[in-house]
Design a binder for this molecule. Structure first.
Ligand SMILES: [Fe+2]
Length: 266
């Protein structure tokens, strides 16, 4: 069974559209979304509608939660963006029924979903919505012991926007460190893929970010889980980043920095 897992779209409709087209061409059985559909980006309603229609499961992200309730721990820039995002949903296109469906969809998102040996969260297995697990945390033995004690086998997560796999032996592997890549194909628009074998021991798999990558690679990121091959394939895709940036520039409540960072993936 092949399943696409996407996360951290953040209202970037250009990136989401390219990712969804790539997923459609790969013959997956289902699409899961690990949250942060909205926040930061210029097209929250379009992204919300796409995820609502195309994803079989969606997990609550901290930005989705912040749009619903009063945000906690957001910096001023993220806060301003989330208030703007909330207004977009409240005044978005369509009927009252569309509004009810969008708002109801966000309100019903679960913080975690367990499917056999696979756990799906936004942040971490310990604090599913808000806890960050960064690559450098692999050196924090106490934190890793606590996190690895919170799930049975494999935990898929997002939130940091930094893709890669945490192994139980306290190592972290970024997609680029995989020895199964087709990253030599640098033709414009070609997806680059990096395949990593699932270990027999436990692992936390960060699927990266569709709409705001922060690993220094501006390409949109998502994964395909293949349960027969026991692999996670990272897919990196170019999209019209300048278009998204220009949209952000045109919206006063979205800081220009939110557009600039997309160029460098930081
Ligand atoms: Fe996020």
């Amino acid at each position: 069974m092949k399943r696409a897992i996407i996360s951290d779209i953040h209202g970037n409709f250009e990136a989401l559209t390219v990712v969804m087209a790539d997923i459609a061409a790969r013959g997956v059985e289902s699409i899961f979304c690990l949250g942060d559909i909205i926040g930061y980006g210029p097209n929250p309603v379009d992204c919300l509608d796409t995820v609502r229609k195309k994803c079989q499961r969606t997990i609550l992200g901290n930005h989705d939660q912040a749009a619903l309730f009063d945000p906690d721990g957001f910096n001023p820039l993220a806060l301003q963006a989330i208030y703007w995002t909330r207004a977009q949903i409240e005044n978005g296109p369509g009927s009252d029924e569309d509004f009810d469906q969008r708002w109801g969809f966000l309100g019903d998102l679960p913080p975690r979903f367990l499917d056999g040996e696979f756990l799906f969260v936004h942040g971490s297995p310990r604090e599913p919505t808000n806890e960050y697990v960064f690559p450098e945390d692999s050196y924090d033995d106490r934190k890793m012991t606590a996190l690895f004690g919170r799930f049975e086998r494999y935990c898929f997560q997002g939130h940091t926007h930094i893709p890669g796999i945490f192994f139980e032996d306290r190592t972290f592997m970024s997609p680029e460190e995989s020895d199964q890549t087709d990253s030599d194909d640098t033709r414009l628009g070609r997806p680059r893929t990096y395949t990593i074998q699932l270990p027999d021991s436990r692992a936390m798999i960060n699927v990266g970010s569709v709409g705001q990558p922060r690993d220094g690679n501006p390409r949109s990121c998502y994964v395909i889980l293949d349960t027969e091959e026991r692999t996670v394939m990272y897919v990196r895709l170019e999209y019209d980043v300048q278009k998204t940036r220009q949209k952000i520039y045109a919206i006063e409540d979205l800081d220009n920095m939110l557009g600039d960072r997309l160029l460098t993936g930081r």
